[in-house]
Design a protein around this ligand. Structure first.
Ligand code: NAD
Ligand code: 6OD
Length: 484
């Protein structure tokens, strides 16, 4: 059986015990993962602290940047291995992992190296009574050892989205991948060694949350800052842990994102974008759409066309030709999503398409499959409209005017993202500015430039990362004042 080890101080290390990693396709055990106990987490934090006071954080930026370029090149050189590992852990179609997860995993090192290389410094002159003056300049130093707690939906992409900028700023990291997706984080250790990243700069500890590696990392006094992506209720626990020692925390959490489709939109583009935003990665994208509001004159046509097209999406294993939908991450998540499918009907939804589990034959009966599902007819108060499901499903409701739809779309505890479909430019600006979210897309979805601010409003997050905004979290900005 394949063994997935922790990666500490440049070496692969066994854990205190092992847990099974199951295939989302079949439920079979595909690997034994070495769970880090306190001993391994202590060792990882000690290695990260030692590396921080070693050459890494003092390395000239130009040299650090070259090594991060080498990490990006290393991922691309071993693209097929990363692709196979990501598809095995998640069951997602190869077409998604090869176009999104793995290339973006590499780009996170290249782009944040460039951001750090090119960031300007603040400079102010100050008049003084003696007429000689003083100068002030800003100087950034690493924040220290960063604990990186990751989810399973886009494992390499979302882990490197944190590790790339953290390392570019001269920090060292202790990464805790999701227990569901340990493989690519572990494989990245080999690439780090090949790229000449000093031992101890990148460490990986496997395990779960409470009373396991997640808790041990986030409560460890040797961790200076914590960056987290995952569910809001987990983020709340992590925020409490970060309060001990008043440590900075960056939280990227859940969403219940709306799409607003006006009657003047480019209909085909709105259908194509909504299909992707609701169903790609089997709906397991934090930015994905679970609430669709469509202006009444095109409501019926929109519902039937979206249903027609999703019924054409092939469900299957990652390497089957033309597959567009894989399974959910686990049987546990399947149970949660199917619970919402039942709840939607109990709350009075009309099932336009989907519901339940697809029949893919005996090979896949143990897997975490669900059918992509569209509902209409629910009241805005329904739990299915309010709570994040994180599956391939959406509810579609009609609306009659802009104020009405804004009130509905904003009436949610989350505030991560939205997609607005209209040809009216003034309305696009107006609606985008009034949406209580961190990211608004107009006539697009998941069109992401890594230099732009990323993060959520309300219960979707605290802080912004991306481009120079990542530097705000991963560095201490100091002012140096020199009297001339
Ligand atoms: P999760 O919160 O269950 O787990 C995330 C990570 O936290 C895992 O590594 C887990 O082991 C760890 N963890 C759990 N409890 C912990 C604890 N008490 N202390 C320390 N660590 C702990 O989330 P998930 O199920 O892996 O991911 C899905 C969720 O992530 C969804 O809610 C989704 O919206 C959200 N998400 C948000 C973003 C974003 O950018 N806002 C991106 C991706 C996913
Ligand atoms: O594209 C990114 O950088 C990013 N953070 C995407 C997040 C997706 C959430 O599931």
């Amino acid at each position: 059986m394949k063994q997935i080890h922790n990666f500490i101080d440049g070496k692969y290390v066994a854990g205190t015990r092992r847990f099974d990693k199951h295939s989302p396709l079949t439920g079979e055990v595909i690997a034994h993962v070495h769970e880090a106990g306190r001993e391994q987490v202590d060792a990882a934090v000690a290695a990260a602290r030692a590396a921080l006071s070693g050459p890494w954080s003092r390395m000239p930026v130009a040299e650090r940047v070259e090594r991060l370029y080498a990490v990006a090149d290393g991922i691309n050189r071993r693209f097929d291995e990363f692709l196979a590992a990501e598809c095995a852990d998640t069951g997602k179609p190869r077409s998604i992992a090869s176009h999104i997860d793995i290339p973006r995993g590499a780009a996170n090192f290249k782009i944040f190296a460039d951001v750090v290389k090119n960031v300007p410094s603040e400079f102010f002159e100050l008049a003084t009574p003696d007429g000689l003056g003083a100068i002030n300049y800003g100087y950034r130093t690493p924040v220290g050892v960063v604990g990186v707690i990751c989810p399973w939906n886009l494992p390499l992409l979302l882990m490197t989205w944190k590790v790339g900028p953290a390392l570019a700023c001269g920090n060292t990291v202790v990464v805790k991948p999701s227990e569901e997706t340990p493989q690519t984080a572990a494989l990245l250790g080999e690439v780090m060694n090949e790229a000449g990243i000093p031992a101890g700069v990148y460490n990986v500890v496997h395990g779960f949350g409470p009373d396991s590696a997640g808790e041990f990392v986030t409560t460890h006094p040797g961790v200076d800052a914590i960056t987290f992506t995952g569910e809001t209720r987990t983020g709340e626990v992590i925020m409490k842990a970060a309060a001990k020692g008043a440590r900075p925390v960056s939280l990227e959490m859940g969403g219940k994102n709306a799409a607003i489709v006006f009657a003047d939109c480019d209909f085909d583009a709105a259908i194509e974008g909504t299909l992707r935003s609701a169903f790609v990665n089997s709906g397991q994208v934090c930015l994905g759409t679970e609430r669709v509001y469509v202006e009444r004159p095109i409501f019926d046509r929109f519902v039937s066309e979206l249903a027609r097209q999703i019924e054409g999406w092939k469900i299957g294993a990652p390497d089957e030709p033309d597959v567009k939908l894989g399974p959910l991450i686990s049987r546990e998540h399947q149970e949660k999503v199917l619970g919402y499918y039942k709840l939607a009907e109990a709350e009075g939804a009309t099932v336009v398409t989907g519901g339940g589990v697809p029949d893919l034959g005996p090979r896949y009966t143990g897997g975490a499959w669900v059918r992509p599902t569209i509902w209409t007819g629910l009241p805005e108060t329904a739990r299915v409209i309010k709570e994040e499901i994180f599956g391939p499903c959406c509810h579609i409701a009609p609306f009659d005017d802009e104020d009405e739809v804004l009130a509905k779309a904003n009436d949610n505890a989350y505030g991560l993202a939205c997609a607005i479909w209209t040809r009216d430019l003034s309305r696009a600006h107006r609606v985008a500015q009034r949406m209580q979210v961190g990211i608004s897309w107009v006539n697009s979805w998941f069109l992401r430039d890594l230099r732009t601010p990323f993060g959520g409003a309300k219960q979707s997050g605290i802080g912004r990362e991306g481009g120079v905004h990542s530097l705000e979290f991963y560095t201490e900005l100091k002012n140096v004042c020199i009297k001339l």
